[in-house]
Write a protein that binds this ligand. Structure first.
Ligand code: NAD
Length: 250
């Protein structure tokens, strides 16, 4: 039921953090992986090694997802390959922190482009082919801030709320065509992205007090849900936005 043997998965933002854990988990379940990142470099070979250790193939693809032309080129490249994409994990994301009154146009545009527009464009292009074939899985990485705005992250919160709406909208259209569109909404996960928060003792303590599980999440905590959503076990799940947050007390 959870076997992904013979499936091809595309994971964006797989160079490190949550995306790396997702790519590794999908490969462990049997999927071959195409990994998309802005800069693969040395850590790219770490992804290749960790996916390869699962006995699956890993193809790196470098693309800056803030550049719409690069996103289009990626979609074209995927469409021209002889093997269709079975699983699209739209995970890449970025955050810019500044009080709302000081949030610049440039920061707003950048975050919206990477966190909302690029996932939509990719889902549209890959999803069109999935609809034609009558099967496919699209997984978005949302956030607990999809539901609760947060502080000093207006662009990010807007983009991630948008991802929640997009997940439901695509699911509503494509469920009848055999395509499952769902999202994972992580809470506080220990990655490079959140290191600055952990380094502030008071902030870190305040966060921990609201996590019943008593610890930050780890990228590996997202592995099981990713495999589940990518698998036949999730065949009747459409438009779900699943929190993985240690029970976060909102
Ligand atoms: P991270 O910073 O460790 O990794 C982000 C990944 O996205 C990297 O591989 C990076 O190369 C890629 N990326 C960023 N900008 C890109 C661009 N312009 N073009 C191509 N790739 C780009 O972050 P993470 O914590 O692993 O976050 C992964 C996803 O999970 C993001 O969508 C993030 O918003 C979301 N998320 C994270 C947390 C958390 O607590 N860490 C919580 C909720 C949601």
């Amino acid at each position: 039921m959870f076997d992904l043997g013979g499936r091809l998965a595309v994971v964006t933002g797989c160079r490190r953090g949550i995306g790396l854990a997702m790519a590794e988990a999908l490969a462990a379940a049997g999927a071959d992986v195409i990994g998309v990142s802005a800069a693969l470099g040395e850590t790219g070979s770490e992804v290749a090694a960790r996916v390869g250790a699962q006995g699956r193939s890993f193809v790196p693809y470098r693309a800056d997802l803030s550049d719409r032309e690069a996103v289009r080129a990626l979609a074209r490249w995927l469409g021209q390959r002889d093997r269709p994409v079975d699983i699209l994990v739209n995970n890449a994301g970025t955050i810019r922190r500044a009080p709302a009154a000081e949030h610049s146009d440039a920061d707003w545009d950048h975050v919206l482009e990477v966190d909302l527009s690029a996932p939509f464009l990719l889902a549209r292009e890959v999803g069109r082919d999935m609809v034609a074939r009558g099967s496919g899985k699209i997984i978005f990485t949302a956030s607990m801030l999809s539901f609760q705005g947060g502080i000093t992250v207006p662009g990010y919160a807007a983009a991630k709320s948008g991802i929640a709406g997009l997940t439901r909208a695509l699911a509503n259209e494509w469920a009848r065509h055999g395509v499952n569109v769902n999202a994972i909404a992580p809470g506080y996960i220990s990655t490079d992205n959140t290191q600055a928060l952990r380094e502030q003792p008071e902030r870190n303590q305040a966060i921990l007090e609201r996590i019943p599980a008593g610890r930050w999440g780890r990228p590996e905590d997202l592995a099981g849900i990713t495999v589940f959503l990518a698998s036949d076990a999730a065949a009747y799940l459409h438009g779900a936005i699943i929190p993985v947050d240690g029970g976060w007390l909102a």
